[in-house]
Design a binder for this molecule. Structure first.
Ligand code: MG
Length: 370
């Protein structure tokens, strides 16, 4: 089997409710620039993949960057066997070092092909389906404490029981008020993540984290660097999740060696695709690190691929999964894929990812390699 054509599409995914603020209002988004690819083979099997950074200011990644990087490495993949996913990744890394988020879409489409070819679901290919639901968490925009409680109540009404609430700004008193209001509002063990999106300096993190009651509150990515997060780890006791700091298996190995975190956000696009995410997942399982398994952003296609990775991970190692498309106005594949059902979801029981965009125009046609 050989790759004979790669087609590239761009789609704007507008966020419902007018937009979203990360970390103290520094990062505002009202739409996500997503890239969708269709990889076609010479024996008629094809696969779909997606890479969608969360805006341009969240990570060193942006929508136009996905397509520019793809223009460098996609021609090198023509004629290769897409079922050999490690070989595909080596070819992409050889053609263009770095830019790993851009490679996720093609890697995802190759796994979709492998699933369709072998008549297996993606979760079975990634280790085997764990029966039972994948628990979801909401993503709560920052705001005043009162606004954030309203956002949480809206999410609760849609079935969510775990909430990732964005705090983190220069006003430490306001962050303390946000944290304390949310902690009082969500007293259930493990129901609350306070995601700082790296906005604090270590002394600010230590002040706020030590002022909030309850050891079962998770604090996510309190500071910019691993060293800063390590300083915070040594002087606080709540569980810490690392998210933006984890790009490669070397990052998580370093974090584990230094005992910086108890959990990570494993975002498929940020770590370069399912092939690399699976290796990080397996490292975390071996080392006892819990994971939020999801994608950086995207439509139901990227979300469903990430749900398969979660579905193939033992429940004790999972914390929760986020569905980006559940926050968007645009639905590229109505009725398909993993959807929010009262705060839970599950991976489709179909070959590959189980989201087929054939007959659907998944956005603007951008490029074709053949
Ligand atoms: Mg995060």
């Amino acid at each position: 089997m050989k790759i004979r054509q790669i087609s590239v599409y761009q789609v704007d995914l507008t966020l419902a409710g007018g937009g979203y603020y990360l970390s103290g209002g520094r990062l505002f988004f009202d739409r996500l620039d997503s890239t969708i690819v269709r990889v076609e083979t010479d024996d008629g099997v094809h696969g779909w993949g997606e890479s969608c950074p969360w805006g341009a200011t969240y990570l060193p990644a942006h929508g136009k960057g996905v397509r520019a990087a793809m223009d460098e490495f996609a021609p090198n993949l023509l004629g290769m066997d897409p079922r050999r996913t490690d070989r595909i990744n080596e070819a992409m890394d050889l053609a263009l070092p770095g830019h790993i988020y851009a490679k996720s879409a093609i890697d995802m489409a190759c796994w979709d092909i492998l699933g369709k070819y072998s008549d297996l679901t993606l979760c079975d290919l990634l280790g085997g389906r764990v029966e039972g639901p994948v628990i979801l968490h909401s993503s709560i925009s920052t705001g005043t404490p009162e606004q954030m409680l309203t956002y949480v109540d809206n999410a609760v009404s849609r079935g969510y029981r775990i909430h990732s609430c964005k705090i983190g700004g220069e006003d430490i008193a306001l962050d303390r008020a946000r944290a304390q209001a949310l902690a009082a509002h969500l007293p259930d063990a493990g129901a609350l993540t306070l995601d700082v999106n790296r906005a604090w300096l270590p002394d600010q993190a230590i002040q706020v984290m030590n002022a909030v009651e309850g050891r079962s509150i998770y604090f996510e990515q309190p500071c910019e660097t691993l060293d800063e997060c390590l300083q915070v780890r040594r002087l606080t006791s709540n569980p810490i999740i690392l998210d933006e700091n984890i790009h490669t298996i070397h990052d998580i190995a370093h974090a584990w060696r230094c005992r910086i975190c108890e959990a990570i956000g494993l975002k498929v696009g940020r770590v370069g695709g399912l092939t690399k995410a699976r290796k990080i997942r397996d490292f975390c399982v071996a080392m006892g690190i819990r994971m939020n398994i999801e994608d950086t952003g995207g439509s139901v296609l990227a979300d469903t691929a990430a749900v398969h990775l979660a579905q193939s991970t033992s429940t004790i190692h999972r914390r929760a999964t986020w569905l980006c498309h559940d926050m968007c106005d645009v639905d590229i594949a109505p009725g398909q894929g993993a959807r929010n059902a009262s705060g839970e979801t599950d991976a489709p029981d179909l070959p590959g990812i189980g989201v087929d965009l054939d007959g659907i125009e998944p956005g603007q046609w951008v490029a074709e390699y053949k």
